[in-house]
Design a protein around this ligand. Structure first.
Ligand code: GLN
Length: 493
């Protein structure tokens, strides 16, 4: 393990000792050297990135400063960056070029961040390990025989391997938090609506959110500040209260802050090493003045079932648009009907997990089963949301494990979809309730990273980061990087 700090990137730029162009060249060089093994990246666009870097350098020289000006950023390959491929790690989107920028990408660009790469992921964001990419599994930089977690496998592995200090993933049921926990980086799933979904390829629209990934809560806050807020192109988007307080992030005073520990998350299913590491982390919060209280969220046991019913139902509807006509690839087709062409395109284009979900979702929504499955899942969703509301009358925040176990070996769960779904047991309740949740590095178990999840009431995203910040000032877990990827501050800064 080696010590690193993302602040080196920004300090280097601010002091004029580094240029955005140097940082971008360094990032691209790092990708070239390591990514043959890690497979976090699907495409790079050096000329485009270097042109943006030179523009950022002009702005920096003119004295302009924004929270992200000149910083390289990696984008999950389900986010549109105009003129570059958006594949969602699927063969079906081979050849598709983004015709416009996603709102989050446009806002990062306007603030002077520099996209350097599109990142690997589970196909169409369905998965928990990164292994369902049609272009090969991403590996965990901490142990290349293990998964990095998914579905934002590429963005999180890219930050862990030091390709960039920031990345954007997406989180429908845990897809930035789980890989952040497995890769020792910080990631936020914001309150539903805080980040526009315009230009994020839809998986399950009532659950999808873009999630910023960085080394620290302060870095995540910087990215969130420039992206957050109402977007006329996404009618579900909302303004984030106190967004202006995200950069520079202040440390909250934790005296008297009540942190609830939901007993349903701390039961016997938790690995002993994970429990020990998280208990030690919670003691740091106590040292800082926080008070820990046991609390119950009694409907948690329905969350995984409700999530997989609602998610697959929405998937079956959203993915109907991939028909070989409007986007991406079309199966070579001679004669026959349009319906046969569509069926063949989808058969050849989609991987096994995507097909499984489309079938499950179609089944849930079909006549006679709709009431038995889909509607019941909606009712469970309401009960889960009410549990959280009741809890937040007693406590300010909740703390839970992100995952019951550390990163698992490659191939350990690919033959057993239910075992794969179980990895999400602690991350799916919050999206069902629309709440913000943060995954922060909390230490190590048997040499592998362990993440702590902090959950806040809706629209308290800023407060969530302000509470994580003092913890990160008295601990250095998040500053440790895997031995093959020492993040020595660039050029010795
Ligand atoms: N692992 C979860 C799933 O497979 C979450 C995916 C996500 O958040 N995109 O559905």
């Amino acid at each position: 393990m080696a010590l690193s700090t993302a602040m080196g990137w920004r300090e280097g730029l601010d002091s004029g000792a580094l240029s955005a162009e140097i940082l971008v060249r360094q990032s691209l060089d790092r990708i070239q050297r390591h990514d043959g093994r890690i497979k976090a990246i699907l495409s790079t666009h050096p000329e485009r990135s270097l042109a943006l870097a030179r523009e950022a350098d002009r702005r920096l020289r003119a004295g302009e400063r924004t929270p992200v000006l000149g910083l390289p950023v990696v984008l999950k390959d389900n986010l549109h960056w105009k003129g570059t491929p958006t594949t969602c790690a699927s063969r079906l989107l081979d050849g598709y070029q983004a015709p416009y920028d996603a709102t989050v990408v446009a806002r990062l660009l306007a603030a002077g961040a520099i996209p350097i790469a599109k990142a690997n992921m589970d196909e169409f964001a369905m998965g928990s390990s990164g292994e369902y990419s049609a272009f090969g599994a991403t590996r965990n930089p901490w142990d290349e025989a293990r998964v990095p977690g998914g579905s934002s496998s590429g963005p999180t592995a890219a930050v862990a391997a030091g390709y960039a200090p920031l990345a954007l993933g997406s989180d429908t049921g845990g897809s930035v938090r789980l890989p952040a926990s497995f890769c020792n980086v910080t990631a936020l799933r914001p309150t539903y609506g805080v980040l526009s979904r315009y230009g994020l390829t839809a998986m399950a629209s009532s659950l999808d959110q873009v999630g910023p990934v960085g080394i620290s809560a302060a870095d995540v806050g910087a990215a969130l500040q420039v992206m957050a807020g109402r977007d006329p192109l996404d009618s579900t988007s909302v303004d984030l209260p106190r967004a202006g307080d995200l950069f520079p992030l202040r440390a909250a005073d934790l005296k008297g802050v009540r942190i609830g520990l939901p007993i349903e998350y701390w039961g016997p299913g938790l690995e002993t090493g994970v429990r020990g590491t998280l208990t030690a982390a919670l003691e740091r919060f106590q040292d800082l003045g926080a008070e820990l209280l046991d609390i119950s969220l009694p409907h948690t046991r329905f969350a995984l079932d409700a999530y997989y019913l609602l998610c697959t139902s929405e998937v079956s509807s959203n993915l109907a648009r991939f028909d070989g006509i409007r986007y991406g690839s079309r199966a070579a087709h001679r004669g026959g009907t349009a319906a046969e062409m569509i069926a063949q395109t989808r058969d050849l284009g989609f991987g096994a997990e995507v097909k499984r979900r489309i079938l499950l979702g179609t089944f849930c929504l079909s006549k006679g089963y709709y009431e038995a499955f889909y509607q019941k899942a909606l009712k469970a969703r309401t009960l889960i949301a009410r549990d959280f509301q009741a809890a937040f009358e007693q406590v300010d925040l909740l703390a839970t494990p992100v995952s019951p176990a550390v990163a698992f070996p490659l191939d350990a769960r690919t033959a057993d979809p239910l075992a794969m779904y179980l990895a999400d047991v602690f991350t799916v309740p919050t999206p069902l309730a629309g709440l913000p949740a943060l995954s922060i590095p909390a230490g190590f178990s048997e040499g592998l990273p362990v993440g702590l999840q902090l959950i806040a009431p809706a629209l308290a995203d800023t407060r969530l980061l302000e509470v994580a910040h003092p913890f990160q000032q008295v601990t250095n877990h998040h500053l440790l990087s895997p031995t093959p990827f020492p993040q020595e501050p660039p050029h010795g800064l």
